[in-house]
Design a protein around this ligand. Structure first.
Ligand SMILES: [Fe+2]
Ligand SMILES: [Fe+2]
Length: 324
């Protein structure tokens, strides 16, 4: 399907309705590319069912106890954060279906993305319960609290902000799953998380390519959206119970922190899109690009301070462990 580009002068802002129409063709191309590269995989093949047994309660099996868990303490924190984040899928679906619509290529993408994300929560929960990796009662109570709160996008006011956010957020989720796998202490868990991380990467590529198209035809507005999203970025699971405490543990443990956010999430997308190299912007775009540049410098400096604190803390821990 070909849609004639809507002519805009530099001073005319694109409305969300026009942006959705203008991007429809790109969405169709990217959707077809995604469907070609996304390989089907079966969540049940990644769960060691033979390790499972009945729990207490209705079936009178064995209650969960900490010593049954084979994953590391850091892995347990990260796996719960990752699963609760995936669990809020109904709210995410609502947000993107409301923003992008359920018709045409946009609608096909929204539903396909939702189906792929659904697989992540299913696979993770099956793995955690079968291997008794985390407390199932705590997990269920946290899920109820988290989902009852729902998720409201910080970017629901703007189409371009929404696209920019999901481009960074999908990569953040990929990195978080991948690093959780590295530190979980169970090769089967790492194998499953690598599979999920691969899906997240393809989601990032889809949104990043949309963002690239938007930068081409609406550079000033898209630059503003990128600057706003990068400077105000929050992880999608920020509303879950105990998030601050968990996030601090994940930061020190090297699963997700400022350094990782800057080096492995923000910079790869920004570099790929050559965001800081775009020239010839209007005054509003230029202002946004300058703000973004200053923010990234500040973040890098903050991340370096964090690196030092983390190294000192880990050295102290190692020294304490050696003394014992
Ligand atoms: Fe996911
Ligand atoms: Fe994703």
């Amino acid at each position: 399907m070909t849609i004639a580009p809507v002519q805009r002068t530099a001073s005319t802002a694109w409305t969300d309705a026009h942006l959705i129409l203008q991007l429809e063709e790109v969405v169709e191309t990217e959707l077809n590319r995604h469907l070609k590269v996304a390989k089907e995989w079966m969540p049940h093949e990644f769960v060691p069912w033979s390790q499972g047994r009945d729990f207490d309660g209705a079936l009178g099996g064995e209650a969960w106890a900490l010593d049954q868990s084979k994953v590391t303490p850091l892995g347990r924190v990260a796996l719960v954060v990752n699963l609760l984040t995936e669990d809020n899928l109904p709210s995410y679906h609502h947000e993107i279906a409301t923003m992008f619509g359920r018709e045409g290529a946009w609608g096909t993408w929204v539903h396909r993305w939702t189906a792929e994300e659904g697989r992540h929560g299913i696979a993770l929960r099956d793995y955690l319960l079968t291997t008794r990796a985390v407390d199932p009662v705590e997990l269920e109570r946290a899920r109820m609290i988290h989902m009852s709160e729902g998720f409201e996008s910080d970017n629901a006011h703007s189409m371009l902000h929404s696209v920019a956010y999901v481009a960074f957020q999908e990569l953040a989720t990929r990195i978080s799953h991948r690093n959780t796998g590295h530190y979980a202490g169970d090769p089967l868990c790492e194998q499953l998380l690598a599979k999920i991380a691969n899906d997240e990467n393809l989601h990032m590529v889809f949104y990043r390519n949309l963002l690239k198209a938007a930068l081409d035809f609406a550079p000033d507005q898209t630059m503003r959206a990128i600057a706003d999203v990068v400077t105000d970025f929050r992880m999608p699971g920020h509303g879950m119970p105990g998030f601050e405490r968990s996030a601090a543990q994940l930061a020190i443990g090297g699963i997700y922190n400022l350094r990782i956010h800057h080096d492995d999430v923000l910079q790869p997308v920004l570099r790929h899109l050559k965001v800081m190299e775009i020239r010839g912007l209007g005054p509003a775009g230029q202002l946004a690009q300058d703000e973004l540049g200053r923010f990234l410098e500040g973040l890098d400096a903050q991340a370096s301070k964090f690196d030092e604190r983390q190294a000192a803390l880990l050295a102290r821990k190692a020294a304490n462990a050696a003394r014992k």
